[in-house]
Each structure stands twice: as structure tokens, then as C-alpha cells.
Design a protein around this ligand. Structure first.
Ligand code: IVH
Length: 672
């Protein structure tokens, strides 16, 4: 390998710098200065030199792709917790937020606010050390997320290096990763063609793209970033959100499409209105506007309530609505045989998304809303949910609309249909109903279950129709030769599927239990079982009583689980799965229930404590307690500081327990 001369190093350095600048012009400013061809030429030259001299700078654009696939995501603790936002559903509630802010600040002056769109994506934290992107992590539970650095690097708008302005020793920058609506639709179209399940909304598509162990898949998805927040920082300090945003802009970070600094809530509401008016023209999905107190000192004084800052709120836009016609109503058979009516609609664009189906939930709903085939209806799409019919526009009826009655026979297998106790749900009783079997298989392979990639709905349908799988056990009997005979499979895709099946055999008890599709056992109940039973065998022939010993487990669920594990046929199936090499570990066993030390307790503070009051209150709330400003009968403890006020007397008269700061610290488990 040739050693790079000073000249070569210089050329590489310049290429990296220039390419990064052009990347910024193209992806952040949307104002390129050079042609794609010129960019590609410089990129190729850089790649050639890097390979020849084995000299790669950490911020080289070639480092955006090409990381080897991971086995799993490492966990990352956030230095400062990533909070969520309180919501306001009307301008009135936005005003109430402003009132609260002023009251807490004991001021009647107009407050400076920043206002920007609320992006419907995935929150992310980017850590830069000495200007270089060091780590990117998902929000996770707010305290701990997953390391998705290699995936985030594939997003071209993410700076690999901070190039301009003050470069801090360390800084955590927060923002939202999202997918544009058009990209989302194009991706779904592609997936549909490939027989893979489609994403329900752009947010899921973005999340699914980030949670890829193979970053080359992420690289193929066109993701964007909008930065709007700061976490921990060393070697730099900002006075306000606006100052921080200005720094971000200067340092070439993408910031929200609209962001304004205004004085007073009236002007803030004007910006909200402006964002709402422009909302349909945004290339991305915005589900609201975020209002933040601009001044960081004031933010600190306002503090945090449980997991939401008191200095910000999200105004949520009303759901998108559209008007269209019901072309047909289809009875769709689910995994457990439940038959759900689904309206097939004349395609309509609602809030930037094409809608052609809408759930009607059940026959009760059809009757209640008097929905008929041919009706003109109002359809609503609220951010993440599947669109639903709000109402029928009865004035538009022509008399040709048709009633739709519940099916007397299963539309798929022709078996009898049974009515549920409540009379709302209809169920196909056919044990071998093709729809049920395919849905069960689909559930077994789904991401939260056994996670077998490449076995989407279309492929399950195909394998089923060819008689290759009649039960999920048959997945393990599939051979590459069988797949190669099918129209949808070529050498590579067949091998990929076989590999994915093999890989999925190592699973956890929680996932496995969920995969089985036991009635009433969703992800949560499966996890509860895994926490309480060391292994699968421990559940064989279990009684409902034993399951009911688990606190959160309901009777219906317990009965259903017991029934499943007392069925000889089911137990045989489990043994067959094991014999095919399914290996189950149980990392969830005996994980302590997440109970916070101060749950159910109310604290009031009086006098001066060794720590700022709002910080102590924050800590109390974080530990599950409630911090209140006034003493009442429901106060559990009064925390006594130096120079107490009238609260002490009141507490004494009510017989409220009085404790010192040290005692509180002890209750917090030493976390003071
Ligand atoms: S600020 C403490 N600004 O909304 C403030 N969040 O509901 C935390 N989000 O987890 C976030 N756009 O994922 C902020 N302009 C914006 C946002 C935004 C979208 C998301 C973010 C957060 C969630 C809270």
C-alpha cells in the first residue's frame, strides 16, 4: 500500500470538505451549486484515493455507507433524559399553557416563544465530540435508546463534522428523523410489488428504516432530519432556543422548515395558524406545532413535570379529513376468525396520503352510522391510525345505495359464522380456514414475533396456495429448491429467506409466546409470562389459577393461556418446533416490575433545601411521586428546609408527616 504524501492528504482533505459542502447545499438548503455528475466525479476521485492510500477521514462522505451489518443494537444512555411534550388541542388550551407559564414565573409580561412544526417522525439524539459525529441514538424510553450511528450516517443531511462556528467539546443535538410523504408512498408501492407488508404511515416507515441492522437498507430509504433541541453540552453554552437554532443553522444542521421567534402568546398563535395553513403543502407529515419558551434560564426555572417540560407544549392539529365514496364493503377474516367489515373507497388524497381503504370496525358501527355501499362519506385520517369513516353525507344519497349485511358464511372458506357474546363480532368457525391460517402464519413471522424477513403477506399467500406451508411449523420444512420453483423467487431471494428463517430460530420466550397467536396474548401479556416463567416447559398443562397469580393478568387471558397449554395438539406442535431447532432463551425472567420508589406519594416542600426546589420536585416526579405546592389532607410528606413558611403549621395541624431533605434523599434510593 502506498503511503499518502502531504499533497495526497491535502487533496483528500479538500475533496472531503468540498463534497460535504455540496452535500449540505443539496440536502439541507435544497440549493445545489454543482451538477450531480460533477459531484459523482469528485466522489469517485475521493474513493479512489482513499482506497489506494488507505487514508480515510472520519467525516469522509464515503463513510456514510458500507458498515457491516450488526447482530443487534447496543444500548445507549442519554446524558440528559429525552422528554416528551404536553398537548394542547385548541388555541384556548395554548392560551392556558401561556397562563401557567406566567403564573409559575410570577410575571405578567409577554413571554418570548419559538414556534415550529411538530414533525411526525422518530426522535433522535446525535452526539458530537470535538465536532465529529460520535454517536446517534434513538429516544427509546427517554433514558436509554439504541445505538443507530451507522444508520444515521446514511442520512445525507446529517453533518459528519461540525464545520462552522464555535465547535464544542461535546454536544447532544436532538431532532426528528422523518420520511417525506412522497417517498413513503413510493416505498410502499415497491413493497407491495415485492409482497412485503406496507407501512401504515411515514412515521412507521422512518422508524422501520432506522431500526435496520443492515445499514445498506437504511441508505436506500430517503430519510431526513430536522434538529430542534439540545441535550447535554460541554464547552459551549446558549442563552436561548433561538441562539441555539442560529448556531445549528450556521453549523449546517437542518432545522425545522418554519421556525419563528415571537413575543407573547397572540403572536405565537398566529404562527400556529400559519403552520396549519401551510401544512398540506409540506412535503412531510406535521401533526402539530411546538411552542417553546425561548429563554433557557426561564426554561430551567419552569422545570419538568414527570416527563414533560413545563416550558413547552405541542398544539395538535385536528385530523385530516376527506370526502369520498364507498365502492364496496368487504368482509375480511382475521387470525382468530373474526370477520371485520372494510370499506373499499374511491381513492382520495387526505393530508398528502392516498386513501383507498377504511376500517368499519364492526357491524354495530355500520348500523349505527347507517353506512351503505355507494354512500358518500367523510373519512378521517389521524396521524397514525388507519382511516375511518366519520359519517355518511345522507344528502348525497340517490336511492341506489345498498345495505351490507353480516355474512352468513365465511367469505373465504364457506364455514359457518358464529356471533360473539356481545353480538358485535362475527367469527368464522372453520379450523382450517385459509384466511385464518395465512393470518396466523403472517403473525408468526411478523417483526414483533419471530421476525422472519422476506415472508410478507404476498409470499405467505403464494407459499400457502402452492401447498408449501399449511401451518407455521411448515416454514421450517421449506427448502431452497422448492422456493426456486416459484415465480417470485430467484437464487438470492430464496437464499435470503432460508437464511432469515435460520436466523429467526434463536428467539426469546416473550417473542415466541407472542408468535403463537394465543387469543388475548399480545406483546405485553407475553412479556408478563416471560417475566414470571423461566422457560416454555413451565407453562405446559398450566392452570388458570397459577397464571392469575401474576398481578396484571386478567381472567380471560389466563383462561385462554391455560386452554392453549392443555391442548395435546398444541403441545405436540411446540415439540415439533423445538425439534426443528427453535432455541428459546428468556432474558426477561424475573425482571423486577417497574415500580418507582415514590409511586402514589405526594410531597410538598417548604423552606430552602440544599438543592434548587424545582430540581428536587423534578426528581420526585421522576421517581413516580407528585410534587405539590400546597399542603392538604392528601399530602403524604412535607419536606422541611431552612426557614420554613406557613406550610409547616398547616402540615402540623393536619397531621402530615414531616421529613428532612436527607430522609427524602433516602427514599429516593440515594439518588440525590
Ligand atoms: S421538542 C422537551 N420539537 O414530539 C421537548 N419535539 O411529543 C422535546 N417532535 O419526542 C421535544 N417535532 O419526537 C420537539 N419541533 C419539535 C418536534 C418534536 C416532533 C417529537 C419528538 C418528541 C415528541 C414529543
Amino acid at each position: 500500500m502506498d503511503k499518502p504524501s502531504a499533497n495526497i492528504k491535502h487533496e483528500i482533505g479538500k475533496l472531503v470538505k468540498d463534497l460535504n459542502y455540496h452535500c449540505y447545499r443539496y440536502y439541507v438548503l435544497d440549493a445545489p451549486e454543482i451538477s450531480d455528475a460533477e459531484y459523482d466525479k469528485q466522489y469517485r476521485r475521493l474513493k479512489e484515493l482513499e482506497e489506494k492510500y488507505n487514508y480515510v477521514l472520519p467525516d469522509s462522505p464515503t463513510q456514510r455507507v458500507g458498515a457491516p451489518a450488526l447482530d443487534r443494537f447496543e444500548k445507549v444512555k442519554h446524558t440528559e433524559p429525552m422528554l416528551s411534550l404536553d398537548n394542547a388541542f385548541s388555541h384556548e388550551e395554548v392560551r392556558e399553557f401561556d397562563e401557567r407559564v406566567k403564573k409559575l414565573l410570577k410575571s405578567d409580561q409577554d413571554v418570548d416563544y419559538t414556534v415550529e412544526p411538530k414533525y411526525d417522525g422518530l426522535a433522535m439524539e446525535l452526539t458530537y465530540k470535538n465536532g465529529i459525529l460520535f454517536k446517534a441514538s434513538t429516544r427509546g424510553d427517554g433514558y436509554e435508546g439504541e445505538d443507530v450511528t451507522v444508520n444515521i450516517k446514511t442520512i445525507k443531511a446529517v453533518p459528519l463534522k461540525i464545520e462552522a462556528g464555535d465547535i464544542p467539546e461535546e454536544i447532544d443535538i436532538r431532532g426528528e428523523v422523518y420520511m417525506d410523504i412522497r417517498e413513503f408512498e413510493a416505498l410502499n408501492m415497491e413493497r407491495e410489488k415485492a409482497g412485503e407488508p406496507v407501512f401504515a404511515n411515514p412515521r412507521n416507515a422512518a422508524a422501520g428504516s432506522i431500526r435496520q441492522l443492515d445499514s445498506s437498507i437504511t441508505a436506500g430509504r430517503k430519510l431526513h432530519l430536522a434538529c430542534y433541541g439540545i441535550g447535554a453540552a460541554k464547552g459551549i453554552a446558549f442563552k436561548s432556543q433561538w441562539e441555539f437554532i442560529t448556531w445549528l443553522r450556521n453549523a449546517r444542521f437542518p432545522v425545522p422548515a418554519i421556525i419563528k421567534l415571537v413575543k407573547g402568546i397572540d403572536k405565537a398563535i398566529d404562527v400556529i395558524k400559519e403552520i396549519e395553513e401551510k401544512r398540506n403543502g409540506f412535503p412531510f407529515e406535521a401533526d402539530g406545532a411546538v411552542i417553546k419558551v425561548n429563554d433557557f434560564e426561564l426554561q430551567k426555572a419552569l422545570g419538568v413535570k414527570t416527563r414533560e417540560p413545563r416550558w413547552a407544549t405541542a398544539y395538535k392539529f385536528p385530523a385530516h379529513r376527506g370526502i369520498t365514496k364507498i365502492r364496496n364493503i368487504i368482509a375480511s377474516v382475521g387470525r382468530t376468525g373474526t370477520i371485520t367489515p372494510v370499506a373499499s373507497l374511491e381513492t382520495v388524497r387526505i393530508g398528502g396520503v392516498n386513501v383507498s381503504n377504511s376500517t368499519l370496525h364492526n357491524w354495530d358501527e355500520i348500523e349505527r352510522k347507517d353506512i351503505r355501499v355507494g354512500d358518500t362519506v367523510v373519512v378521517e385520517r389521524a396521524g397514525d391510525v388507519i382511516p375511518h369513516v366519520v359519517e355518511v353525507i345522507k344528502d348525497k344519497r340517490t336511492g341506489t345505495e345498498k345495505h351490507f349485511s353480516p355474512p352468513e358464511k365465511c367469505p373465504v372458506c364457506g364455514s359457518a359464522v358464529e356471533r360473539d357474546e356481545g353480538g358485535v363480532a362475527y367469527r368464522c368457525i372453520g379450523l382450517n380456514c385459509a384466511a385464518q391460517v395465512q393470518q396466523r402464519i403472517g403473525h408468526y413471522v411478523s417483526r414483533a414475533a419471530m421476525d422472519i424477513e422476506g415472508l410478507g403477506e404476498k409470499n405467505v399467500e403464494l407459499l400457502y396456495s402452492k401447498g408449501l406451508i399449511r401451518h407455521f411449523v411448515d416454514i421450517y420444512r421449506l427448502k431452497k429448491e422448492d422456493l426456486l420453483k416459484l415465480p417470485r423467487f430467484a437464487e438470492k431471494s430464496a437464499q435470503n429467506l432460508i437464511d432469515a428463517i435460520e436466523k429467526s430460530k434463536h428467539t426469546t420466550l416473550a417473542r415466541f409466546l407472542y408468535s403463537l397467536g394465543i387469543i388475548h396474548v399480545g406483546e405485553y401479556a407475553a412479556k408478563l409470562l416471560a417475566r414470571n416463567f423461566p422457560d416454555l416447559d413451565g407453562l405446559y398443562n398450566i392452570t388458570p389459577e397459577r397464571i392469575m397469580e401474576i398481578k396484571q393478568m386478567g381472567e380471560k387471558t389466563a383462561d385462554s393461556i391455560s386452554l392453549f397449554f392443555n391442548d395435546e395438539e398444541n403441545l405436540r406442535t411446540l415439540e415439533v418446533l423445538k425439534s426443528f431447532g427453535v432455541k428459546i432463551t428468556n432474558p426477561d425472567f424475573k425482571k423486577p416490575e417497574e415500580k418507582l420508589p415514590l409511586e402514589g406519594l405526594t410531597f410538598v416542600i417548604t423552606g430552602t433545601l440544599p438543592k434548587a426546589r424545582n430540581e428536587v420536585e423534578e426528581l420526585i416526579e421522576r421517581m413516580g411521586g407528585h410534587a405539590s405546592g400546597s399542603v392538604s389532607k392528601s399530602t403524604s410528606y412535607l419536606v422541611l428546609g431552612e426557614g420554613p413558611g406557613s406550610k409547616l403549621k398547616k402540615a402540623q395541624s393536619l397531621g402530615v408527616k414531616i421529613i428532612s431533605y436527607e430522609e427524602l434523599a433516602e427514599m429516593l434510593g440515594g439518588k440525590n
